[in-house]
Design a protein around this ligand. Sequence first.
Ligand SMILES: C[S@@+](CC[C@H](N)C(=O)[O-])C[C@H]1O[C@@H](n2cnc3c(N)ncnc32)[C@H](O)[C@@H]1O
Ligand code: SF4
Length: 500
Amino acid sequence: MKLIYYFWGHNYEYECRNALRIFDLNIDCEIKTAEETATEIEETYDIGDDILRLISTLSEEDGDEVGRASLYCNDKLLFESEYKGNEIILECENNKKLRKTVVVKAIHQVLKRYYNVTPDYGILTGVRVVKIMITARRHHKTDEEITRILRETYEVTDEKIKFLWDILKIEEYYINEEQNNNNYNLYIGIPFCPSKCIYCSFTSFVGCREDIINDYLESLVYETEQTIKMAIEKGLNLNTIYVGGGTPSILSEKQINIIFAPIKKYYDLSEIKEITFEAGRPDTLTEEKLLCLKENSVNRISINPQTMNEKTLLAMERNHTAADIMLKYEMAKKIGFDCINMDIILGLPGEDESDVKRTISQVAALRPENITVHALAYKKKSELTRESEKLYKDYDLIGKMNDVVHRWCTEAGYNPYYMYRQKNIKGNSENAGFTLPGREGIYNIVITEELESILACGLGASSKIKISSDRHIPVHNFKSLEEYKGRMNEILDKKKELLK
Ligand SMILES: C[S@@+](CC[C@H](N)C(=O)[O-])C[C@H]1O[C@@H](n2cnc3c(N)ncnc32)[C@H](O)[C@@H]1O
Ligand code: SF4
Protein backbone atom coordinates (compact mmCIF):
# COMPACT_ATOMS: atom_id res chain seq x y z
CA MET A 1 0.00 0.00 0.00
CA LYS A 2 1.21 3.49 -0.78
CA LEU A 3 0.04 7.01 -0.03
CA ILE A 4 1.07 9.98 -2.15
CA TYR A 5 0.85 13.41 -0.52
CA TYR A 6 0.29 16.38 -2.81
CA PHE A 7 1.19 19.60 -1.05
CA TRP A 8 -0.11 22.98 -2.05
CA GLY A 9 0.74 26.14 -0.13
CA HIS A 10 3.03 24.41 2.37
CA ASN A 11 5.87 21.94 2.66
CA TYR A 12 5.30 20.34 6.06
CA GLU A 13 6.75 17.00 5.12
CA TYR A 14 7.91 15.99 8.62
CA GLU A 15 4.55 16.74 10.23
CA CYS A 16 2.56 15.03 7.47
CA ARG A 17 4.67 11.86 7.56
CA ASN A 18 4.15 11.75 11.35
CA ALA A 19 0.39 12.28 10.91
CA LEU A 20 0.30 9.16 8.74
CA ARG A 21 2.44 7.16 11.17
CA ILE A 22 -0.25 7.57 13.84
CA PHE A 23 -2.35 5.15 11.79
CA ASP A 24 -0.05 3.06 9.68
CA LEU A 25 3.58 1.97 10.09
CA ASN A 26 3.68 -0.18 6.98
CA ILE A 27 2.40 2.09 4.22
CA ASP A 28 4.91 3.66 1.78
CA CYS A 29 4.71 7.43 1.72
CA GLU A 30 5.70 9.64 -1.19
CA ILE A 31 5.66 13.43 -1.18
CA LYS A 32 4.94 15.57 -4.21
CA THR A 33 6.11 19.13 -3.90
CA ALA A 34 4.00 22.15 -4.88
CA GLU A 35 5.51 22.21 -8.41
CA GLU A 36 4.85 18.53 -8.96
CA THR A 37 1.39 18.91 -7.50
CA ALA A 38 0.61 21.73 -9.92
CA THR A 39 1.28 19.52 -12.93
CA GLU A 40 -0.16 16.26 -11.61
CA ILE A 41 -3.18 17.23 -9.59
CA GLU A 42 -5.49 17.86 -12.50
CA GLU A 43 -4.67 14.54 -14.09
CA THR A 44 -7.30 11.87 -13.65
CA TYR A 45 -5.90 8.45 -14.14
CA ASP A 46 -6.28 4.95 -12.84
CA ILE A 47 -3.41 4.36 -10.42
CA GLY A 48 -4.73 1.22 -8.76
CA ASP A 49 -6.63 0.42 -5.59
CA ASP A 50 -3.57 0.12 -3.41
CA ILE A 51 -2.54 3.74 -3.90
CA LEU A 52 -4.11 6.57 -1.93
CA ARG A 53 -3.70 10.20 -2.94
CA LEU A 54 -3.98 12.85 -0.27
CA ILE A 55 -4.16 16.45 -1.42
CA SER A 56 -3.20 18.79 1.41
CA THR A 57 -3.55 22.54 0.93
CA LEU A 58 -2.87 25.60 3.03
CA SER A 59 -4.19 28.98 1.97
CA GLU A 60 -4.87 32.39 3.39
CA GLU A 61 -8.49 33.46 3.08
CA ASP A 62 -9.89 36.69 4.51
CA GLY A 63 -6.82 37.02 6.73
CA ASP A 64 -7.23 33.51 8.13
CA GLU A 65 -5.19 30.32 7.62
CA VAL A 66 -7.21 27.48 6.08
CA GLY A 67 -6.06 23.85 5.86
CA ARG A 68 -7.86 21.37 3.61
CA ALA A 69 -7.37 17.69 2.90
CA SER A 70 -8.98 15.42 0.29
CA LEU A 71 -8.30 11.70 0.23
CA TYR A 72 -8.71 9.83 -3.06
CA CYS A 73 -8.43 6.22 -4.08
CA ASN A 74 -8.11 6.15 -7.85
CA ASP A 75 -10.25 9.12 -8.83
CA LYS A 76 -12.86 8.50 -6.21
CA LEU A 77 -12.99 11.08 -3.45
CA LEU A 78 -13.23 9.16 -0.17
CA PHE A 79 -13.15 11.90 2.46
CA GLU A 80 -12.43 15.60 2.73
CA SER A 81 -12.10 18.11 5.52
CA GLU A 82 -11.29 21.74 6.30
CA TYR A 83 -9.99 23.65 9.33
CA LYS A 84 -9.76 27.39 9.80
CA GLY A 85 -7.18 29.10 11.99
CA ASN A 86 -9.79 31.13 13.86
CA GLU A 87 -11.39 27.90 15.12
CA ILE A 88 -8.17 26.91 16.87
CA ILE A 89 -6.66 27.89 20.22
CA LEU A 90 -3.05 27.07 21.01
CA GLU A 91 -1.16 26.92 24.28
CA CYS A 92 1.14 29.73 23.09
CA GLU A 93 0.50 32.13 20.23
CA ASN A 94 2.60 31.27 17.19
CA ASN A 95 1.52 31.70 13.60
CA LYS A 96 3.85 29.05 12.21
CA LYS A 97 2.45 26.55 14.65
CA LEU A 98 -1.10 27.56 13.75
CA ARG A 99 -0.42 26.96 10.04
CA LYS A 100 0.99 23.50 10.76
CA THR A 101 -1.93 22.69 13.06
CA VAL A 102 -4.65 23.46 10.47
CA VAL A 103 -2.79 21.34 7.90
CA VAL A 104 -2.31 18.41 10.28
CA LYS A 105 -5.87 18.54 11.64
CA ALA A 106 -7.32 18.39 8.13
CA ILE A 107 -5.12 15.40 7.25
CA HIS A 108 -5.85 13.69 10.56
CA GLN A 109 -9.59 14.02 9.98
CA VAL A 110 -9.56 12.18 6.63
CA LEU A 111 -7.12 9.50 7.83
CA LYS A 112 -9.16 8.91 10.98
CA ARG A 113 -12.19 8.21 8.83
CA TYR A 114 -10.27 6.06 6.36
CA TYR A 115 -8.65 3.89 9.07
CA ASN A 116 -11.75 4.03 11.30
CA VAL A 117 -9.66 4.71 14.40
CA THR A 118 -9.93 7.49 17.01
CA PRO A 119 -6.45 7.85 18.53
CA ASP A 120 -6.37 8.61 22.27
CA TYR A 121 -3.89 11.44 21.80
CA GLY A 122 -5.55 12.83 18.67
CA ILE A 123 -3.15 14.64 16.37
CA LEU A 124 -0.31 14.71 18.92
CA THR A 125 2.89 12.97 17.88
CA GLY A 126 5.39 14.57 20.26
CA VAL A 127 7.04 13.07 23.32
CA ARG A 128 5.75 15.41 26.04
CA VAL A 129 2.03 15.93 26.49
CA VAL A 130 1.83 17.30 30.05
CA LYS A 131 4.43 19.88 29.04
CA ILE A 132 1.80 21.38 26.72
CA MET A 133 -0.32 22.03 29.82
CA ILE A 134 2.62 23.43 31.80
CA THR A 135 3.48 25.76 28.90
CA ALA A 136 -0.15 26.88 28.59
CA ARG A 137 -0.22 27.76 32.29
CA ARG A 138 2.97 29.79 31.83
CA HIS A 139 1.08 31.67 29.10
CA HIS A 140 -1.70 32.39 31.59
CA LYS A 141 -4.28 30.02 30.13
CA THR A 142 -6.97 28.92 32.56
CA ASP A 143 -7.50 25.23 33.32
CA GLU A 144 -10.75 25.35 31.30
CA GLU A 145 -8.88 26.78 28.32
CA ILE A 146 -6.20 24.08 28.66
CA THR A 147 -8.84 21.35 28.64
CA ARG A 148 -10.34 22.94 25.51
CA ILE A 149 -6.91 23.08 23.83
CA LEU A 150 -6.40 19.37 24.52
CA ARG A 151 -9.92 18.36 23.50
CA GLU A 152 -10.65 20.67 20.58
CA THR A 153 -7.27 21.54 19.10
CA TYR A 154 -5.32 18.36 19.71
CA GLU A 155 -8.34 16.00 19.84
CA VAL A 156 -7.22 14.15 22.99
CA THR A 157 -9.97 11.90 24.40
CA ASP A 158 -11.71 12.90 27.66
CA GLU A 159 -10.36 9.82 29.40
CA LYS A 160 -6.77 10.81 28.58
CA ILE A 161 -7.42 14.45 29.49
CA LYS A 162 -8.40 13.30 32.98
CA PHE A 163 -5.31 11.08 33.12
CA LEU A 164 -3.12 14.09 32.14
CA TRP A 165 -4.67 16.33 34.81
CA ASP A 166 -4.11 13.58 37.41
CA ILE A 167 -0.43 13.54 36.44
CA LEU A 168 -0.07 17.31 36.54
CA LYS A 169 -1.63 17.36 40.01
CA ILE A 170 1.37 15.36 41.29
CA GLU A 171 3.97 17.07 39.10
CA GLU A 172 2.84 20.52 40.27
CA TYR A 173 4.57 19.84 43.53
CA TYR A 174 7.92 19.82 41.68
CA ILE A 175 7.35 22.92 39.56
CA ASN A 176 9.08 25.86 41.19
CA GLU A 177 10.92 28.13 38.80
CA GLU A 178 13.55 29.38 41.22
CA GLN A 179 14.36 25.95 42.61
CA ASN A 180 14.23 24.29 39.18
CA ASN A 181 16.69 26.82 37.76
CA ASN A 182 19.07 26.23 40.67
CA ASN A 183 19.03 22.45 40.58
CA TYR A 184 20.86 19.93 38.46
CA ASN A 185 20.47 16.17 38.18
CA LEU A 186 23.32 13.81 37.48
CA TYR A 187 22.88 10.92 35.05
CA ILE A 188 25.50 8.16 34.91
CA GLY A 189 25.24 5.75 31.96
CA ILE A 190 26.40 2.13 32.02
CA PRO A 191 26.07 0.77 28.48
CA PHE A 192 26.46 -2.95 29.18
CA CYS A 193 23.86 -5.72 29.32
CA PRO A 194 23.86 -9.45 30.04
CA SER A 195 21.91 -10.13 26.81
CA LYS A 196 20.16 -8.02 24.19
CA CYS A 197 16.36 -8.05 24.52
CA ILE A 198 14.84 -8.25 21.05
CA TYR A 199 12.63 -5.15 21.38
CA CYS A 200 15.39 -2.89 22.71
CA SER A 201 17.64 -0.45 20.85
CA PHE A 202 19.34 1.31 23.75
CA THR A 203 23.07 1.63 23.23
CA SER A 204 24.49 -1.29 25.15
CA PHE A 205 27.21 -3.86 24.66
CA VAL A 206 26.75 -7.53 25.45
CA GLY A 207 29.50 -9.90 26.58
CA CYS A 208 32.15 -7.21 27.10
CA ARG A 209 35.49 -8.25 28.58
CA GLU A 210 36.26 -7.05 32.11
CA ASP A 211 39.22 -4.92 30.97
CA ILE A 212 37.00 -3.09 28.45
CA ILE A 213 34.44 -2.31 31.16
CA ASN A 214 37.18 -1.11 33.52
CA ASP A 215 38.68 1.06 30.81
CA TYR A 216 35.24 2.57 30.21
CA LEU A 217 34.75 3.22 33.93
CA GLU A 218 38.04 5.12 34.03
CA SER A 219 36.75 7.56 31.38
CA LEU A 220 33.35 7.72 33.07
CA VAL A 221 34.88 8.63 36.42
CA TYR A 222 36.89 11.41 34.74
CA GLU A 223 33.81 12.79 32.98
CA THR A 224 31.75 12.59 36.19
CA GLU A 225 34.29 14.50 38.25
CA GLN A 226 34.81 17.21 35.61
CA THR A 227 31.05 17.60 35.19
CA ILE A 228 30.44 17.91 38.93
CA LYS A 229 33.17 20.55 39.18
CA MET A 230 31.46 22.62 36.45
CA ALA A 231 28.09 22.37 38.19
CA ILE A 232 29.59 23.43 41.51
CA GLU A 233 31.39 26.36 39.88
CA LYS A 234 28.08 27.45 38.38
CA GLY A 235 26.56 27.27 41.89
CA LEU A 236 24.07 24.52 41.04
CA ASN A 237 22.53 22.26 43.65
CA LEU A 238 22.55 18.48 43.07
CA ASN A 239 18.92 17.33 43.28
CA THR A 240 18.92 13.67 42.14
CA ILE A 241 21.27 11.03 40.74
CA TYR A 242 20.17 8.41 38.21
CA VAL A 243 22.41 5.50 37.25
CA GLY A 244 20.87 4.01 34.12
CA GLY A 245 21.72 2.04 31.03
CA GLY A 246 21.93 -0.57 29.77
CA THR A 247 22.08 -2.55 32.95
CA PRO A 248 24.19 -0.86 35.66
CA SER A 249 23.69 -3.85 37.97
CA ILE A 250 25.93 -5.86 35.66
CA LEU A 251 28.85 -4.15 37.48
CA SER A 252 30.65 -5.86 40.36
CA GLU A 253 30.66 -4.34 43.87
CA LYS A 254 34.16 -3.03 43.23
CA GLN A 255 33.04 -1.36 40.01
CA ILE A 256 29.92 0.11 41.69
CA ASN A 257 32.17 1.70 44.33
CA ILE A 258 34.34 3.11 41.53
CA ILE A 259 31.44 4.95 39.83
CA PHE A 260 30.24 6.51 43.09
CA ALA A 261 33.73 7.54 44.21
CA PRO A 262 33.96 10.81 42.21
CA ILE A 263 30.54 11.90 43.47
CA LYS A 264 31.48 11.15 47.08
CA LYS A 265 34.45 13.49 46.76
CA TYR A 266 32.07 16.44 46.51
CA TYR A 267 28.82 15.32 48.16
CA ASP A 268 27.58 13.39 51.16
CA LEU A 269 25.50 10.81 49.28
CA SER A 270 23.22 10.23 52.26
CA GLU A 271 21.99 13.80 51.86
CA ILE A 272 20.97 13.47 48.19
CA LYS A 273 17.19 13.39 47.91
CA GLU A 274 17.01 10.54 45.40
CA ILE A 275 19.62 8.13 44.06
CA THR A 276 18.18 5.69 41.54
CA PHE A 277 20.13 2.68 40.31
CA GLU A 278 18.64 0.59 37.49
CA ALA A 279 18.95 -3.00 38.63
CA GLY A 280 16.47 -4.07 35.98
CA ARG A 281 17.71 -7.55 35.22
CA PRO A 282 17.26 -9.91 38.18
CA ASP A 283 19.87 -12.23 36.67
CA THR A 284 22.52 -9.63 37.58
CA LEU A 285 21.52 -9.25 41.25
CA THR A 286 23.12 -10.78 44.33
CA GLU A 287 22.77 -9.99 48.01
CA GLU A 288 26.32 -8.56 48.08
CA LYS A 289 25.56 -6.23 45.19
CA LEU A 290 22.34 -4.96 46.75
CA LEU A 291 24.18 -4.35 50.03
CA CYS A 292 26.86 -2.45 48.14
CA LEU A 293 24.17 -0.22 46.57
CA LYS A 294 22.72 0.45 50.04
CA GLU A 295 26.18 1.38 51.31
CA ASN A 296 26.39 3.93 48.51
CA SER A 297 23.08 5.47 49.68
CA VAL A 298 21.06 4.25 46.67
CA ASN A 299 17.45 4.71 47.76
CA ARG A 300 15.54 3.75 44.62
CA ILE A 301 16.13 0.73 42.38
CA SER A 302 14.23 -0.93 39.57
CA ILE A 303 13.73 -4.65 39.16
CA ASN A 304 11.96 -5.11 35.85
CA PRO A 305 9.83 -8.05 34.83
CA GLN A 306 8.54 -6.54 31.51
CA THR A 307 6.16 -9.52 31.63
CA MET A 308 5.57 -12.39 34.07
CA ASN A 309 4.90 -14.75 31.18
CA GLU A 310 7.76 -17.27 30.95
CA LYS A 311 7.24 -17.97 27.26
CA THR A 312 7.48 -14.30 26.37
CA LEU A 313 10.54 -13.74 28.57
CA LEU A 314 12.29 -16.54 26.73
CA ALA A 315 11.23 -15.25 23.31
CA MET A 316 12.44 -11.73 24.23
CA GLU A 317 15.85 -13.23 25.15
CA ARG A 318 15.80 -11.78 28.65
CA ASN A 319 17.46 -14.81 30.24
CA HIS A 320 15.49 -14.70 33.49
CA THR A 321 12.27 -16.18 34.82
CA ALA A 322 9.26 -14.69 36.60
CA ALA A 323 10.41 -16.57 39.74
CA ASP A 324 13.76 -14.71 39.58
CA ILE A 325 11.85 -11.44 39.73
CA MET A 326 9.95 -12.52 42.86
CA LEU A 327 13.09 -13.80 44.52
CA LYS A 328 15.24 -10.72 43.87
CA TYR A 329 12.39 -8.38 44.77
CA GLU A 330 12.00 -10.07 48.17
CA MET A 331 15.79 -10.00 48.63
CA ALA A 332 15.91 -6.24 47.94
CA LYS A 333 13.02 -5.56 50.31
CA LYS A 334 14.68 -7.59 53.05
CA ILE A 335 17.89 -5.58 52.62
CA GLY A 336 15.83 -2.45 53.14
CA PHE A 337 15.11 -0.91 49.73
CA ASP A 338 11.89 0.94 50.35
CA CYS A 339 11.46 2.41 46.88
CA ILE A 340 11.42 -0.15 44.09
CA ASN A 341 10.20 0.41 40.55
CA MET A 342 9.05 -2.33 38.21
CA ASP A 343 8.83 -1.84 34.42
CA ILE A 344 6.33 -3.71 32.30
CA ILE A 345 5.68 -3.58 28.55
CA LEU A 346 2.26 -3.86 26.89
CA GLY A 347 2.01 -5.38 23.42
CA LEU A 348 4.95 -7.80 23.54
CA PRO A 349 4.68 -10.28 20.65
CA GLY A 350 2.23 -13.12 21.28
CA GLU A 351 0.63 -11.56 24.37
CA ASP A 352 -3.01 -10.68 24.88
CA GLU A 353 -4.86 -8.94 27.69
CA SER A 354 -4.97 -12.10 29.81
CA ASP A 355 -1.13 -12.18 29.86
CA VAL A 356 -1.08 -8.53 30.91
CA LYS A 357 -3.67 -9.22 33.61
CA ARG A 358 -1.46 -11.98 35.00
CA THR A 359 1.61 -9.72 34.89
CA ILE A 360 0.00 -6.71 36.54
CA SER A 361 -1.77 -8.78 39.19
CA GLN A 362 1.51 -10.45 40.20
CA VAL A 363 3.43 -7.18 40.10
CA ALA A 364 0.82 -5.20 42.05
CA ALA A 365 0.67 -8.01 44.63
CA LEU A 366 4.34 -7.31 45.44
CA ARG A 367 3.40 -3.65 46.04
CA PRO A 368 6.46 -1.96 44.55
CA GLU A 369 6.36 1.78 45.19
CA ASN A 370 6.47 2.52 41.44
CA ILE A 371 5.21 0.65 38.38
CA THR A 372 6.16 1.92 34.93
CA VAL A 373 3.94 0.79 32.08
CA HIS A 374 5.39 1.01 28.56
CA ALA A 375 3.54 0.41 25.32
CA LEU A 376 5.83 -1.46 22.95
CA ALA A 377 7.63 0.86 20.55
CA TYR A 378 9.05 -0.42 17.28
CA LYS A 379 12.64 0.81 17.58
CA LYS A 380 14.39 1.03 14.22
CA LYS A 381 17.50 -0.78 15.40
CA SER A 382 15.82 -3.54 17.42
CA GLU A 383 15.83 -7.16 16.35
CA LEU A 384 12.05 -7.22 16.68
CA THR A 385 11.56 -4.43 14.14
CA ARG A 386 14.15 -5.85 11.76
CA GLU A 387 12.57 -9.30 11.84
CA SER A 388 8.90 -8.25 11.70
CA GLU A 389 7.19 -8.43 8.32
CA LYS A 390 4.48 -6.03 9.42
CA LEU A 391 4.47 -3.50 12.26
CA TYR A 392 1.02 -3.72 13.80
CA LYS A 393 -0.41 -0.75 15.67
CA ASP A 394 -2.83 -3.03 17.59
CA TYR A 395 -5.09 -0.16 18.63
CA ASP A 396 -7.82 -2.41 20.07
CA LEU A 397 -5.46 -4.76 21.88
CA ILE A 398 -3.40 -1.98 23.48
CA GLY A 399 -6.64 -0.21 24.46
CA LYS A 400 -7.81 -3.34 26.30
CA MET A 401 -4.38 -3.88 27.90
CA ASN A 402 -4.29 -0.27 29.09
CA ASP A 403 -7.77 -0.65 30.58
CA VAL A 404 -6.66 -3.74 32.51
CA VAL A 405 -3.49 -2.10 33.84
CA HIS A 406 -5.05 1.25 34.72
CA ARG A 407 -7.90 -0.49 36.56
CA TRP A 408 -5.47 -2.68 38.53
CA CYS A 409 -3.20 0.21 39.40
CA THR A 410 -6.06 2.47 40.48
CA GLU A 411 -7.69 -0.23 42.59
CA ALA A 412 -4.34 -1.03 44.22
CA GLY A 413 -3.88 2.65 45.20
CA TYR A 414 -1.38 3.77 42.51
CA ASN A 415 -1.64 7.16 40.78
CA PRO A 416 -0.11 8.12 37.43
CA TYR A 417 2.71 10.65 37.98
CA TYR A 418 4.52 11.12 34.66
CA MET A 419 4.05 10.07 31.09
CA TYR A 420 5.77 10.41 27.74
CA ARG A 421 5.27 9.06 24.28
CA GLN A 422 7.57 7.53 21.72
CA LYS A 423 7.65 7.30 17.95
CA ASN A 424 6.14 4.18 16.40
CA ILE A 425 4.49 3.18 19.65
CA LYS A 426 1.78 0.51 19.58
CA GLY A 427 -1.78 1.81 19.86
CA ASN A 428 -0.31 5.30 19.58
CA SER A 429 -0.32 5.00 23.35
CA GLU A 430 2.05 6.18 26.09
CA ASN A 431 4.63 5.17 28.68
CA ALA A 432 3.32 6.01 32.13
CA GLY A 433 4.75 5.86 35.62
CA PHE A 434 2.41 4.95 38.50
CA THR A 435 3.24 5.56 42.13
CA LEU A 436 1.98 4.84 45.61
CA PRO A 437 1.11 8.16 47.30
CA GLY A 438 4.19 10.31 47.90
CA ARG A 439 6.70 7.84 46.42
CA GLU A 440 7.13 9.28 42.92
CA GLY A 441 10.51 9.14 41.18
CA ILE A 442 11.61 12.79 41.09
CA TYR A 443 14.20 12.34 38.34
CA ASN A 444 11.50 10.98 36.01
CA ILE A 445 9.40 14.10 36.49
CA VAL A 446 12.17 16.68 36.11
CA ILE A 447 13.60 15.06 32.97
CA THR A 448 10.24 14.40 31.31
CA GLU A 449 8.90 17.91 31.79
CA GLU A 450 12.34 19.45 31.18
CA LEU A 451 12.10 21.29 34.50
CA GLU A 452 15.77 21.09 35.50
CA SER A 453 19.22 20.65 33.95
CA ILE A 454 20.35 17.08 33.43
CA LEU A 455 24.13 16.67 33.35
CA ALA A 456 24.73 13.29 31.81
CA CYS A 457 27.95 11.29 31.87
CA GLY A 458 28.66 8.13 29.96
CA LEU A 459 28.64 6.69 26.48
CA GLY A 460 25.61 7.78 24.45
CA ALA A 461 24.21 9.81 27.35
CA SER A 462 22.45 13.12 26.67
CA SER A 463 22.69 16.21 28.84
CA LYS A 464 20.04 18.92 28.74
CA ILE A 465 21.35 22.17 30.04
CA LYS A 466 18.86 24.87 30.98
CA ILE A 467 19.96 28.24 29.74
CA SER A 468 16.77 30.06 30.75
CA SER A 469 13.45 29.21 32.38
CA ASP A 470 11.97 27.74 29.21
CA ARG A 471 15.05 26.89 27.12
CA HIS A 472 17.54 24.09 27.38
CA ILE A 473 20.28 22.92 25.02
CA PRO A 474 21.16 19.24 24.55
CA VAL A 475 24.69 17.83 24.54
CA HIS A 476 24.95 14.32 23.11
CA ASN A 477 27.86 12.11 24.14
CA PHE A 478 29.52 9.85 21.58
CA LYS A 479 28.13 6.36 21.15
CA SER A 480 31.23 4.29 20.39
CA LEU A 481 33.72 3.26 23.06
CA GLU A 482 36.63 4.72 21.06
CA GLU A 483 35.04 8.12 20.48
CA TYR A 484 33.61 8.34 23.99
CA LYS A 485 37.12 8.01 25.37
CA GLY A 486 39.10 9.76 22.63
CA ARG A 487 36.84 12.78 22.19
CA MET A 488 35.79 13.28 25.80
CA ASN A 489 37.22 16.79 25.95
CA GLU A 490 35.00 17.97 23.08
CA ILE A 491 31.97 17.00 25.14
CA LEU A 492 33.32 18.52 28.33
CA ASP A 493 34.06 21.76 26.46
CA LYS A 494 30.47 21.92 25.21
CA LYS A 495 29.13 21.39 28.71
CA LYS A 496 31.49 24.04 30.08
CA GLU A 497 30.45 26.55 27.42
CA LEU A 498 26.76 26.08 28.21
CA LEU A 499 27.31 26.20 31.95
CA LYS A 500 29.28 29.46 31.80
C1 LIG B 1 16.74 1.71 29.48
S1 LIG B 1 15.74 0.30 29.64
C2 LIG B 1 16.74 -0.37 30.93
C3 LIG B 1 16.13 -1.38 31.78
C4 LIG B 1 16.90 -2.61 32.19
N1 LIG B 1 18.11 -2.80 31.48
C5 LIG B 1 16.01 -3.81 31.97
O1 LIG B 1 16.06 -4.40 30.91
O2 LIG B 1 15.26 -4.14 32.88
C6 LIG B 1 14.32 0.97 30.44
C7 LIG B 1 13.00 0.35 30.06
O3 LIG B 1 12.60 0.72 28.76
C8 LIG B 1 11.59 -0.18 28.35
N2 LIG B 1 11.80 -0.48 26.93
C9 LIG B 1 12.95 -0.80 26.31
N3 LIG B 1 12.73 -0.98 24.98
C10 LIG B 1 11.41 -0.76 24.78
C11 LIG B 1 10.56 -0.78 23.63
N4 LIG B 1 11.03 -1.07 22.43
N5 LIG B 1 9.25 -0.49 23.79
C12 LIG B 1 8.75 -0.17 25.02
N6 LIG B 1 9.51 -0.13 26.13
C13 LIG B 1 10.81 -0.43 26.01
C14 LIG B 1 11.69 -1.43 29.21
O4 LIG B 1 10.54 -1.54 30.01
C15 LIG B 1 12.93 -1.14 30.02
O5 LIG B 1 12.82 -1.69 31.31
S1 SF4 C 1 15.83 -3.91 27.89
FE1 SF4 C 1 17.43 -3.56 29.39
S2 SF4 C 1 18.60 -5.50 29.48
FE2 SF4 C 1 17.37 -5.58 27.66
S3 SF4 C 1 18.79 -4.84 26.09
FE3 SF4 C 1 17.57 -3.08 26.75
S4 SF4 C 1 18.77 -2.12 28.32
FE4 SF4 C 1 19.62 -4.18 28.02
